[in-house]
Design a protein around this ligand. Sequence first.
Ligand code: ZN
Length: 190
Amino acid sequence: MPDYEHNAGSTNASSDTSDGTRDSGSGSTSSSAKSEKAKDPETDAHKHLTVRCQFCETWNRVDAARAQDRPKCGKCGRPMLLDRPVPLSDDTFRRTIDGSEIPVLVDFYADWCGPCKQMAPAVDAVAAAHRGRALVAKLDTDRAPRTASEFQIRGIPTVIVFSGGREVARQSGAVPQPVLEALLRRASVG
Ligand SMILES: [Zn+2]
């Protein structure tokens, strides 16, 4: 009479007890690697820029976050035209640079300069693409010799990026849009 060994118990295996080791729901072991606050674009919402109205010459302080909304001059009500390069002069340069809490990219150019004309569409595109995050301006070096001399502009076009009123990047010669944008990125690091 064979004495079968019943192995009925084999199907029971250990399925009932092994789950006890899982840490379900306590959350105590969740990773804290991301505890450093993620960069939140909302926190930049209330930076301002300072521009003089091109029509009535009144200075306006504009919430950068609202630059997309076609802000109007507080005095004459005409548009501030922040989607294209803002013309600067010896009179307006310093106040615009110092009064803007977002980076300012300035294209130093002259009307007679071929490479400047060549680069102008790229500058325009940067102005439109970065509206509210950077102020793009242009300065005619013939009409603003004091500023051109202050920054020792030797060749045009020259692009200078300012952050907090200080020069943080400079590039001479006509360059394509991606190079201009790379200059702007150097401003946001500091
Ligand atoms: Zn105005």
